[in-house]
Design a protein around this ligand. Structure first.
Ligand code: ADP
Ligand code: MG
Length: 697
């Protein structure tokens, strides 16, 4: 017998506990607030805070924290204890007031704000998001919160996500009102974020300053065995990893995270965890929690969890597939082909709206996953290309094509389809999921956005998805709401949308060179790096979109743009300084020591055995010293370039990093990797790829 059903959610102040512990009218009122997104009344907040504290103390909590998501990809917290002195005595009580539950003022002046808090008054504050449950972790009550400035600007990743969920819900309601079927009156986006990660031994990890500082190796010759044998993917899980996974599941279940699937991934030491999907807001919180718990549990097992997109060159990188759909208030998945003509017409409307949205805003979707670390993954041959396209599977594509041409659909049965009058031919789910190379794939009843990187908060991609789909639905609703002949107009709209946007549909091999050429012919964007992708954020088209749906103000867009640029350039600069340091203090000295050793050997051997006997040593010596010399030169270049980059800001700095620093780092890497292959292991001071990738047994 196990106790998982009892354990699940045991550390969460969830609906069941609120219902149990809160007076009925308080519970009802809190629920309404959570659903409407309105402010919580002070009198209600006081009662909720008291009951929440009681429960948290029973769970062993001594502290509370507002838990928020600043403009980094991790979460922030500041712990305060519940203790309050009792007046006129030496005693304390555990106290938690409504005010403390509702608002916090973290001293967050060091968090990125892109100039939004430039003035001294514009300090940020946090506010409880009652639509995501509070929970107890490591003796602290965590209160999921938004983080905003006093003038109301979002300083975080949760606020705009909540706004985008609302904007989308509004437009879905208008569409559902056109159909009068059983699909409900509104919907929320649902998200299931599959998380990939690497696990390596902590002792080996600590010997690599590049991993410790940058999360990825900046050099390392390929191991004799990479993933060529395909023996890791879905392979048997090693005992130490199994123990980690078991602990991880247990901890996540306690926190109410629906951890479901775990398996080995393609690269050695790479694994994946997939949860069951939930609403976009909670799914984002849960993914943050998952990443953080992964790190802590790994430590307990003497391991380190690497969430970087590309810790090792030459083997698969890590992504975070963002599965996305729309769930109606009556529990209907709006992206599942339906059973009746009306439901099917509605399905096709949502499907084509999404196709239109993705085509219209390819650049924003690309931008939403653009980071210095993800650039090493996208466009490499194991990850989706930097080109956005939609794969629908053959059947659905044929169906759309038949609709477009008003022709007969040659599926299993030959049929002519009149949208709204006919039932769609059944599209078997498994035929939509064959293409693993597509960045945005329809997988039967949801879309899977495969471009987000493993360390990214899924907030960004979902903000963009929600907003662009809201816009497409808005456009459709406006066209159909006053229609005199709904069925005819709907058919026309769907047909026109297919004609206008079919260029984005691609079911072929997204990793192939020919697709890049074909995509260019189709006029699709290919924004290869973060420096290329970010500027679209501040284009007038994007600003209008986000402002129209109340997701970002203009000031918020500019500040975020600055933060993203800065984060890119800073990441590259830090990597450059790290490699420079490793080269100077370890790699060149190792090469020199080896050269000295070779000289000694040559001198001794030559005396006894003659010139001919030291031919090999001499060749190695020459090669080593020539590589070391080359490396010294490149190091000088790199240091100059980093110094120059530090004098730049914004886009010019990002472009400089991309065009000057990264290529020099790549050159340096090649030289180091060549050195690693010839320098005697006794002199090489860093663990190799073999040591790192096979460190866990
Ligand atoms: P697949 O076989 O296509 O990978 P799975 O059923 O294994 O699909 O699901 C993969 C991920 O997609 C899981 O995290 C799952 O929860 C999520 N998912 C499934 N259905 C939905 C949905 N309607 N909305 C959002 N995510 C979903
Ligand atoms: Mg997947």
């Amino acid at each position: 017998m196990n106790d998982i059903p009892e354990t699940f959610g045991s550390a969460v102040f969830n609906d069941e506990k609120m219902r149990e512990r809160l007076p009925k009218e308080i519970y009802e009122s809190l629920k309404k607030t959570a659903e409407s997104g309105a402010r919580l009344e002070a009198s209600i907040a006081d009662v909720v805070a008291e009951k929440m504290k009681e429960w948290a103390c029973e769970m062993g909590a001594t502290h509370y924290t507002h838990w928020f998501q600043p403009m980094t990809n991790i979460t922030a917290e500041k712990h305060d204890s519940f203790i309050t002195p009792v007046k006129g005595s030496d005693r304390i009580i555990m106290e938690f007031r409504g005010k403390e539950l509702s608002y916090g003022e973290p001293d967050a002046s060091s968090l990125p704000n892109g100039g939004l808090r430039a003035t001294f008054e514009a300090r940020g504050y946090t506010a409880w998001d009652p639509s995501s449950y509070a929970f107890v972790k490591d003796g602290t009550l965590f209160i999921p919160s938004v983080f905003i400035s006093y003038s109301g600007e979002a300083l975080d990743k949760k606020t705009p996500l909540l706004r985008s969920v609302q904007a989308l819900g509004k437009q879905v309601s208008r569409i559902l009102a056109l159909f009068h079927n059983a699909s409900g009156t509104t919907a929320t986006p649902t998200v299931g974020a599959e998380q990939e990660y690497f696990l390596i031994d902590k002792e080996v990890y600590l010997k690599r300053p590049d991993l410790v500082t940058c999360g990825r190796t900046l050099f390392g010759a390929p191991p004799a065995k990479g993933q060529e044998l395909h023996d890791h993917y879905f392979g048997a899980i090693k005992p130490r990893v199994k123990a980690f996974m078991a602990d991880l599941d247990r901890e996540l279940w306690k926190l109410g995270v629906l951890a479901k699937t775990k398996h080995n991934e393609a690269a050695p030491s790479q694994h994946e965890l997939a949860p069951l999907f939930t609403g976009a807001n909670v799914a984002t919180d849960h993914n943050q929690l998952t990443m953080s718990v992964m790190r802590t549990i790994a430590e307990k097992h003497g391991l380190v969890c690497l969430l970087h997109e590309k810790p090792f060159k030459g083997v698969n990188g890590s992504g975070k597939h963002n599965n996305w759909s729309l769930l109606s208030d009556t529990g209907v998945n709006l992206l599942a082909p339906g059973e009746t003509p009306s439901e099917n017409a509605q399905f096709l409307l949502f499907l084509t709206a999404i196709i239109k949205a993705v085509d219209d805003h390819q650049d924003l979707l690309r931008m939403s996953v653009a980071t210095a670390s993800n650039d090493h993954r996208l466009g490499a041959n194991e990850a989706p290309p930097a080109i956005i396209s939609v794969s629908l599977g053959e059947e659905l594509t044929d169906l759309l094509s038949a609709l477009e041409k008003n022709a007969t659909y040659h599926g299993k049965e030959k049929v002519q389809i009149e949208i709204g009058a006919d039932i769609l031919p059944k599209i078997p789910k498994d035929t939509t999921d064959r293409n693993r190379t597509s960045p945005f794939a329809f997988t039967g009843n949801k879309f899977e956005f495969r471009m987000p990187g493993s360390s990214l908060s899924v907030s960004g991609p979902n903000i963009v998805l929600n907003t662009i789909v809201a816009e497409a639905l808005d456009d459709f609703a406006t066209k159909l709401e006053h229609s005199e002949n709904f069925s005819a107009d709907l058919n026309k709209l769907i047909r026109e949308t297919i004609v206008l946007h079919k260029r984005i549909i691609f079911n072929g091999d997204g990793y192939s060179k020919s697709w890049e050429e074909e995509a260019e012919k189709r006029g699709l964007l290919n924004l290869k790096t973060t420096a290329d992708a970010l500027p679209c954020f501040i284009k007038e088209k994007s600003r209008k979109l986000f402002e129209k749906y109340g997701v970002f103000t203009e000031a918020e867009i500019y500040s975020r743009y600055q933060i993203l640029l800065e984060s890119y350039s800073t990441t590259v600069d830090i990597e450059a300084l790290t490699i420079a340091d490793m080269v100077k203090r370890n790699i060149l000295p190792a090469a020199e020591a080896y050269e000295n050793e070779l000289c000694d050997i040559i001198l001794k051997k030559r005396d006894i055995l003659g010139e001919e006997s030291v031919r090999t040593e001499k060749t190695v010596l020459e090669r080593t010293s020539s590589l070391a010399e080359n490396l010294t030169g490149l190091l000088g270049d790199l240091e100059k370039k980093v110094a120059y980059s530090k004098g730049l800001t914004g886009l010019p700095q990002a472009i400089y990093c991309k065009e000057e620093i990264l290529p020099t780092m790549a050159e340096i890497r090649e030289v180091i990797d060549s050195l690693e292959r010839i320098v005697d292991a006794a002199f090489w001071r860093f663990p190799t790829y073999n040591d790192l990738l096979y460190s866990v047994n």
